[in-house]
Write a protein that binds this ligand. Structure first.
Ligand code: 7RM
Length: 656
């Protein structure tokens, strides 16, 4: 890669070009080629996507309408029938890929397993038959609460095969969070494991499921299918709970993929918003499949010999689209890792790269910043020469972290793709194409072909270059979410009416602030709503506040983010106590623990600040802006005239 400087008037002026060697073999070989694709897609999006759908997916039946757009509700490839599990497995079996590694699994502690496409297909068929035997049919929602083991992907693909929408719940969420999600989705069956490894400890997943569904809390759940992973003793309720290893030998490995309508639900995945409980983001079959497939192919520039590794958990959208569906639909080899960097094994990521000769590596900026802290000798002591392409996702990457990634991991040789997207978008929206797009550290660069991204004001008008605004998308795309599960009104309000529609023109509102520079490059600034991004995980302030208030000692709580060097943001909770309570260290500890139990460890506040009162407007709204300044130790600036009781501010500052 060569480095040069352009005059941009911005702080970040460095530009990095893909090497001629990389570009010459890439899927998209130049900026010109990207621009042609982009222009073609913009001129006629329907023909653009229809051609790709025909070339890249298998169809049981062709569609009659490419896009039916009744804003804000979209239907893609209407009338067509396909199956995501077929596209990810069966169609590779008649090619040389039959015996290619589909999944390479590296487990903790030291276990490993490789499944070829033929082997994965067989297990998915068996799992699908087991689900059927337990009464799961087309349209029944299946909860999946699993560690990072092959059976998590197998369960997802088995659901897709028989048309049962899955609802994966991240294995780090608590029993309470599992209960809410299973209840909202009306899950009929839950797939889980006896336990899972998380940073040297066993997480008792099955026990959490027992707690989540105890006392008829989720009356729709009829059966629990349990995979043995850690081997510890667990309770098995006769009639309800079933071991996968007991069922597997009894079921047939023959299970044809069910032809699914393009718009049948593939999965529901819960994500945090600014208000209320997490929303069930709904993705459907054909559009999602095509979008995950195309974006994986373009962005990761997949070649037959690649060993591709995305370090996310399958409990997040990144795991859905870029560990399971995107890579497998393309017939790639996808690495799945159960572990996580931790003090007892800080070099584990680099060991995995070396062991399997990983060529494409996709991780989060928070991980990169943690590695910087651990020192460069760890990666330098491993052979990372197999790497040819690096990616980041989940949060903005600061230029320093980008440069470290580029030099220490990529040895100044590997392009970096900084991919901006969301649970709602199904796949990546704004990103460099590694063989085509010059990169600038900290910018996700340009939108993919077919994605009409813009930066606008609250009236929906584009703002001038280099001015801040709201990130929006102006045209539907195949991977877009279709609705909020069970709440189409919330879908409309949250994403399409924040910027009021005008003359039938609807804009998708992403909830992020951004700026576009004079080269058309996007710089995503972060959330503009009450969502806090902690270590690449998305958390709603409301959820954490509700968890705090559910503790008997707490009267009121307000939660804000404070910039953190490694995690991007850290949660600071301002808490007022019931009158009979004393603000002590122990209570602060107990409250952090309580949030961990209510939601999961990722939501634990880093800091609890007790206060007699919270700053409120005269209409009773908590002034989070002020709390944010106080939390980060900044001067409180801007207008405080609406503050009801000004002495509250001084007390908060004094007490902090
Ligand atoms: C994939 C994922 C979505 C939110 C999104 C942003 C932030 C994600 C980037 C980013 C800057 C990026 N889904 N975000 N990627 N910000 N640059 N490359 O993370 O639904 O969990 O979160 O994450 O704020 O709105 S998510």
């Amino acid at each position: 890669m060569s480095e040069s400087t352009i005059e941009s008037g911005l702080q970040e002026k460095r530009v990095f070009y893909p090497s001629a060697e990389f570009s010459s073999q890439a899927q998209v070989k130049s900026l010109d080629e990207y621009q042609q694709l982009y222009d073609r897609a913009q001129a006629d999006p329907q023909t653009f996507w229809a051609e790709l759908a025909e070339q890249e997916l298998h169809w049981f039946q062709p569609w009659h309408t490419v896009l039916d757009w009744q804003p804000p509700f979209a239907q893609w490839f209407v009338g067509g029938q396909t199956n995501v599990s077929y596209n990810c497995l069966d169609r590779h079996l008649t090619t040389w890929r039959r015996n290619k590694a589909a999944l390479i699994w590296e487990g903790e502690p030291g276990d490993s397993r490789t499944l070829t496409y033929a082997q994965l297909h067989r297990e998915v068929c068996q799992f699908a038959n087991a689900l059927k035997q337990l009464g799961v049919g087309k349209g029944d929602v299946v909860g999946i609460y699993m560690p990072m083991i092959p059976e998590a992907a197998i369960a997802m693909l088995a659901c897709a095969r028989i048309g049962a929408p899955h609802s994966v719940v991240f294995g780090g969420f608590s029993a309470e969070a599992v209960r809410d999600r299973l209840a909202d989705g009306k899950a009929k069956l839950v797939v889980t494991a006896d336990g899972g490894w998380r940073k040297d400890a066993i997480v008792p997943l099955k026990t959490q499921v027992d707690r989540a569904i105890a006392d008829g809390a989720v009356p729709t759940v009829e059966n629990v299918l349990v995979v043995r992973r850690t081997g510890q003793d667990i309770d098995m309720q006769p009639g309800r709970d079933h071991w996968w290893h007991d069922l597997q030998p009894t079921v047939s490995a023959d299970c044809p993929a069910e032809p699914m309508d393009s718009e049948d639900v593939l999965f529901v995945l819960y994500t945090s918003g600014s208000t209320g409980k997490p929303k069930g983001v709904v993705h459907t079959t054909a559009g999602y499949n095509l979008y995950a497939h195309m974006t994986t192919k373009w962005i990761f520039d997949l070649q037959d010999t690649d060993v591709y590794w995305c370090t996310a958990d399958v409990g997040w959208i990144t795991g859905h689209s870029y560990i399971v569906y995107g890579p497998l639909s393309n017939g790639a080899t996808s690495v799945m890792y159960e572990g996580a960097p931790r003090p007892s094994n800080p070099g584990c990521f680099w060991d995995v790269v070396e062991k399997y000769g990983v060529t494409i590596f996709y991780t989060a900026p928070t991980a990169i910043r943690a590695f910087i802290k651990m020192g460069s000798d760890l990666p330098q002591a491993r052979d990372l020469s197999s790497l040819r392409l690096l990616g980041t996702v989940g949060e903005p990457i600061n230029p320093e972290a980008w440069m470290w990634y580029h030099t220490v991991i990529g040895k100044e040789r590997c392009p970096i793709v900084d991919t901006w997207w969301q649970t709602e978008t199904g796949g990546v929206m704004i990103t460099p194409l590694p063989g085509a797009t010059p990169t600038k550290p900290g910018s996700a660069t340009r939108p993919l072909p077919g994605i009409l991204a813009d930066v606008v004001d609250l009236d929906g008008n584009s703002v001038p270059d280099n001015e801040g605004g709201y990130l929006v998308v102006r045209h539907p795309w195949p991977g877009m979410m279709r609705t909020v599960y069970g709440d189409p009104d919330r879908f409309r309000r949250t994403y399409w009416e924040h910027i009021p529609p005008k003359d039938g023109r609807y804009l998708y509102f992403a909830g992020d602030g951004a700026r576009r520079d004079e080269d058309g490059y996007f710089w995503v600034m972060g959330r503009v709503d009450d969502v806090i991004n902690v270590a690449g995980h998305r958390l709603g302030t409301m959820e954490i506040e509700s968890a705090l208030v559910s503790h008997p000692a707490v009267a009121e709580a307000a939660v804000v983010g404070r910039p953190d060097e490694v995690k991007g943001n850290e949660i600071v909770a301002f808490v007022t106590l019931e009158s009979d309570q004393e603000p002590t260290e122990e209570l602060a500890k107990a409250l952090k623990k309580h949030v961990g139990q209510e939601i999961g460890a990722i939501a634990r506040p880093g800091d609890i600040r007790f206060s007699d009162a919270l700053p409120k407007t005269r209409s009773g709204k908590i002034m989070r802006r002020l709390l944010r300044s106080i939390a980060s130790g900044q001067e409180v600036s801007g207008d405080t005239s609406t503050l009801e009781d000004r002495s509250v501010l001084d007390k908060l500052r004094g007490g902090a």
